[in-house]
Design a protein around this ligand. Structure first.
Ligand code: FES
Length: 149
């Protein structure tokens, strides 16, 4: 027999499905690669115009992104976007990860409502800044000591 909680959850899910794809709901409810990676080879924290912040942490082995993880204080679509972005970046070369666009993230998520598309842009911008950090640190590794993360 369904409990009151189950019924409430069904109502919430039905409401979410009116607005978001199954992929968005899945990545929002079960985000992949969440968390801080200490001593990352590439790191960025970007605050979007909406005021939400995303962080991305990269570990690079050879020329490949071995680990990508994220953290955000943003909305559900930003959690889904961070999750999808880290999945898209993992296993790619630095150059291939640089080519990841907001459109790739939106495609991976089966789209976002127009008013949330900037959440995918925030995730792509953060990935690109983390890649820039990786490249800069390769030239001047001593700067890592001045990073907050
Ligand atoms: Fe700010 Fe989604 S509303 S990232």
């Amino acid at each position: 027999m369904a409990s009151d909680f189950d019924e409430l959850e069904d109502l919430v899910m039905a409401d979410m499905r009116k607005t978001y794809s199954e992929q968005v709901i899945d990545h929002f409810r079960h985000p992949r690669n969440v968390g801080v990676v200490p001593d990352a080879d590439g790191y960025a924290s970007v605050t979007g115009p909406c005021g939400d912040t995303m962080e991305i942490f990269l570990k690079v082995r050879g020329d490949k992104i071995a680990t990508a993880s994220f953290w955000t204080d943003g909305c559900g679509p930003s959690i889904a976007s961070g999750s999808m972005t880290t999945e898209l970046a993992t296993g790619k070369s630095v150059a291939e990860a640089w080519a990841v666009t907001p459109k790739d993230i939106l495609n991976g998520l089966g789209g976002l409502p127009e008013e949330n598309e900037h959440c995918a842009l925030l995730a792509a911008d953060t990935l690109h800044e983390a890649l820039k950090d990786y490249v800069a640190l390769k030239k001047e590794p001593w700067k890592k000591g001045y990073r907050q993360r």
